[in-house]
Write a protein that binds this ligand. Structure first.
Ligand code: TPP
Length: 554
């Protein structure tokens, strides 16, 4: 019988839990797990090499949202975990399940190397990210470790769900562990459970719905297929409008009740059903309704489990307006509301009539509209998965998104450095399937963790990366202009501080240097579709490809 070590058992547990990939950046405190990954048996998860811990966590973030499957992440202690912390924050706000194993120790001081093991051995490793993890444990034996991993995964999938961390003492990784194998039989994949709505809350909202003259259903974060179908069923039954704040695939583009692109879609609306929206205040702001509390004509219902995540040091929503809550799984809640509602005979008002002309995009101007349409044209007939980017709504319209699994949404925590790793995570999850993964990137965001491109090339991730390079931090240019104008000072000088143009960064050249086939920079709209088609050929051969597009400079 070959000798089994603690880290071998960890990987056996991961295999039983159907974890197929572990992304990691190496370190001494992770060496046992890393060695097991490299020398383990064929069924062990595939190691994914990352050049920064933020890439590893960001990939796991996109991977879960694309596939509903958990990915493992290995992190070196203290410094590795600190590097990963912003990506963990993003996943936590986004309620995304990730299993993170961070090395620590040796906790027994007798086994520590001088200095380096002392500065990196934190008594309570998980403290660094405790407020942004849903499970946080540092077990003291191999048996306890295996059980902790099982519990971590069960908690990670929620509800509400989020990243889970288990600190693994280096000594436990390297200990001979035959006796502990009995624990393996206890391990089983987690059962995803959902919270059903309280029938009284459903009845109360159904009663309001019956008297509403113009209800509007607002979606935002990507729903699962059932949630999207239930939302559409309710809209059809009661004659409600559908508005997708997240500009993803929650609401089928072209559905008669879809008012996402309508002018003044919220005008006259007397009931707002917010379905798993980030923040009701944000919904009101986008719809141009009066600030919270001052709109007496409007009843707001907040549906979802997002509120459950508020038990931390961060309050994710702005001050709530007067709101009714249904704290439940969106699909179950909306399904129950539909069942409690009768067909609306009074609401003959056509939502469709107000729709904006879709042909208003400017095909010849390089920018969001032409990029989105050229990308849609070059990938026509494929089952696309947009891993990042909305291009101000043009992606949704150009690709005519129909299902929520066609767009996996935003970063959650709005920490930059998410888009590229998350897109690669989605590509990894979809590798070998018939899904075609596209990530729309911006230069500023990409330059936080550009080394993720090496992982794309090294692991041959088939993905189309389209980079809008405006040579700067566009959103901050707005802030800088605002700040300077408010103080009566030079806007031009202020904006210079958020430009990335002296010297300019060649993103395509950067990608090539890391082994990714890259096109561009492209500066004319007419060249876009042909270039995207050439990139698609590379992706069809199983490789990543990047197209750099120069847009209006900030
Ligand atoms: C880690 C991190 N640092 C800083 C910010 C602040 N921030 C928000 S948007 C933005 C600019 C983004 O620029 P880019 O990705 O190029 O997109 P653009 O606005 O130009 O379209 C910055 C710096 C942030 N959100 N996250």
């Amino acid at each position: 019988m070959p000798t089994v070590f603690g880290s071998d058992l960890i990987l056996k547990v991961l295999t039983r839990l159907d974890i197929r990939h572990v992304a990691l950046n190496p370190g001494a405190t992770l060496r046992g797990i890393h060695e097991s990954l490299m020398n383990g048996d064929y069924s062990a998860p595939e190691p994914i090499s990352c050049l920064h811990e933020g890439v590893a966590v960001g990939m796991a973030h996109g991977y879960f949202k694309a596939s509903d499957r958990l990915m493992g992440v290995g992190l070196h202690d203290t410094v590795g975990l600190l590097n990963a912390s912003m990506a963990i924050f993003n996943a936590w706000v986004d309620r995304t399940a990730i299993l993170m194993l961070t090395g620590t120790g040796p906790l027994d001081a007798e086994h520590r190397r001088p200095w380096i093991d002392w500065i990196h051995t934190v008594g309570d490793q998980g403290e660094i990210v405790r407020h942004m993890t849903v499970w946080n444990d540092q077990p003291a034996s191999v048996d306890a470790l295996l059980v902790s991993i099982q519990r971590a995964i069960q908690t990670a999938v929620g509800p509400p769900g989020g990243p889970a961390l288990v600190s693994v003492d280096l000594t436990l990784q390297e200990t001979r562990a035959t006796a502990a194998s009995e624990m393996l039989h206890l391990v089983q994949p987690p059962m995803r459970q959902r919270i059903a709505p309280d029938p009284r809350a459903v009845d109360a909202v159904a009663a309001i719905l019956r008297t509403s003259h113009r209800p509007l259903i607002v979606t935002d974060r990507p729903l699962r297929a059932e949630g999207s179908q239930e939302v559409v069923r309710l809209a059809e039954r009661v004659g409600a409008g559908l508005y997708d704040l997240g500009q993803g695939g929650n609401v089928p583009v072209g559905h008669p009740n879809d008012v996402t692109d309508a002018v003044g879609s919220a005008s006259g609306c007397d009931l707002l059903l917010c379905v798993d929206t980030r923040d009701v205040g944000l919904v009101l702001q986008r719809l141009g309704r009066p600030a919270a509390g001052s709109d007496h004509e409007l009843t707001i219902v907040n549906i979802g489990v997002g509120e459950l995540g508020a038990q931390s040091w961060l309050v994710p929503n702005s001050r709530p307006p007067k709101c009714l809550y249904i704290r439940a799984d969106p699909a179950l809640a909306i399904g129950a509301l539909t069942d409690a509602s009768t067909t609306a005979s009074r609401r003959t008002w056509s939502w469709h009539a107000a729709r904006q002309a879709e042909e208003s995009w400017l095909a010849n101007v390089i920018g969001p509209a032409s990029i989105a349409h050229a990308a849609a044209e070059a990938t026509a007939g494929r089952d696309v998965l947009i891993a990042h980017g909305t291009l101000g709504g043009w992606v949704r319209r150009a690709f005519r998104l129909q299902r929520p699994d066609q767009h996996i949404g935003r970063s959650g925590g709005e920490g930059l450095g998410y888009a590229l790793p998350a897109t690669l995570g989605a590509a990894l999850a979809m590798r070998g399937s018939d899904r075609f993964v596209i990530g729309f990137q911006t230069d500023g965001d990409l330059l936080y963790l550009p080394q993720a491109l090496w992982t794309a090339a090294h692991h041959q991730l088939p993905v189309l990366l389209i980079v809008e390079n405006n040579r700067g931090y566009g959103r901050d240019a707005v802030h800088q202009r605002h700040a300077a104008a408010a103080r009566g000072r030079s806007e031009a000088t202020a904006v210079a501080g958020v430009r990335i143009d002296d010297p300019p960064v060649g993103i395509a050249a950067l990608a090539r240097s890391m082994g990714v086939s890259a096109f561009g920079p492209i500066s004319s709209a007419s060249g876009l579709a042909g270039t995207f088609r050439a990139a698609v050929e590379i992706i069809d051969a199983g490789e990543p490809a990047l197209v750099e597009v120069l847009t209006e400079p900030v």
